[in-house]
Design a protein around this ligand. Structure first.
Ligand code: PGA
Length: 263
């Protein structure tokens, strides 16, 4: 069965000490559910993913080790080269050695602050696909000006076309697309669930037209909280969420997981 995704993106937040404090609380909350989940009495239909900063990947892995059957690790970025003179970058082997199963690629903050182009993001997707050990979470989404002139579909279509250029014709069954409209990120203004559903349906249709989609998942990000998670997850084409701000507090992220994961 295709699992829903509840993912936390810590962005540039939390030292290793903060991470230890966070998981002391979060795992305590999760312990109440762990037996239920392992015994199969829960209708858990979701994967729980954490994307801490690079500096805390290995620390997080050590802490979550006993929970790896249902808590997974993601990096917030990855470079396409295998090794060499690329100061400040991190390779697939490096994130893999800290236990990552996923990598966020092309987050709007990478695109806007660090000027990552669609072409660079496409190269990263290609490298991750060729390597085969990491599941990419490809982020796309329009800004407010584009949304105001109703240009979001064309814009996102182009991001997907260039981003997935190197995997043309292949199966994208393991791919996760995160639709994150820039105007909704960190603003407290999430998309209306119906508008989200419309964009997710569009993304499905577009990818279906050029790829074998298999178990493709399209998740939503942008001001997700425990107040809106249920409505968003109730939509047929919203396969999960990527949560920034509201994931930083363990109780709040646990509440999102509990409501969104239908426990
Ligand atoms: P937000 O961030 O939940 O704080 O809006 C989401 C994201 O950027 O992934």
């Amino acid at each position: 069965m295709k699992k829903k995704i509840i993912a936390a993106n810590f962005k540039m937040n939390k030292t290793n000490e903060d991470i230890r404090k966070y998981f002391a609380v979060f795992l305590d909350l999760i312990n109440g559910l762990k037996d239920k989940i392992s015994a199969g009495d829960s209708d858990l239909d979701s994967e729980l993913i954490f994307a801490p900063p690079f500096t805390s990947l290995c620390e997080t892995l050590n802490i979550i080790e006993p929970y790896l059957d249902f808590i997974k690790l993601s990096s917030q970025n990855v470079y396409f080269e295998k090794s060499g003179a690329h100061t400040g970058e991190v390779s697939i082997d490096m994130i893999k050695s800290c236990g990552c199963d996923y990598a966020i690629i092309g987050h709007s903050e990478r695109r806007n602050i660090f000027r990552e182009s669609d072409e660079l993001i496409g190269k990263k997707i290609g490298a991750v696909y060729n390597d085969g050990r990491i599941i990419p979470i490809l982020c796309v989404g329009e800004n407010l000006e584009i949304r105001k002139r109703n240009g979001q579909e064309k814009f996102v279509e182009n991001q997907l076309a260039v981003g997935l250029n190197s995997v043309k014709g292949k199966s994208v069954s393991s791919l996760i697309v995160a639709y994150e409209p820039v105007w909704a990120i960190g603003t407290g203004m999430p998309i209306k669930a119906d508008d989200g559903e419309a964009m997710h349906g569009f993304i499905y249709d577009y990818i279906k037209s050029g790829f074998s989609i298999g178990e493709l998942r399209v998740i939503y990000g942008g001001s997700v909280t425990e107040a809106n998670i249920e409505e968003l997850m109730g939509k047929p084409h919203i396969d999960g969420v990527l949560v920034g701000g509201a994931s930083l507090d363990p109780q709040s992220f646990y509440n999102i997981f509990k409501k969104g994961g239908r426990l």
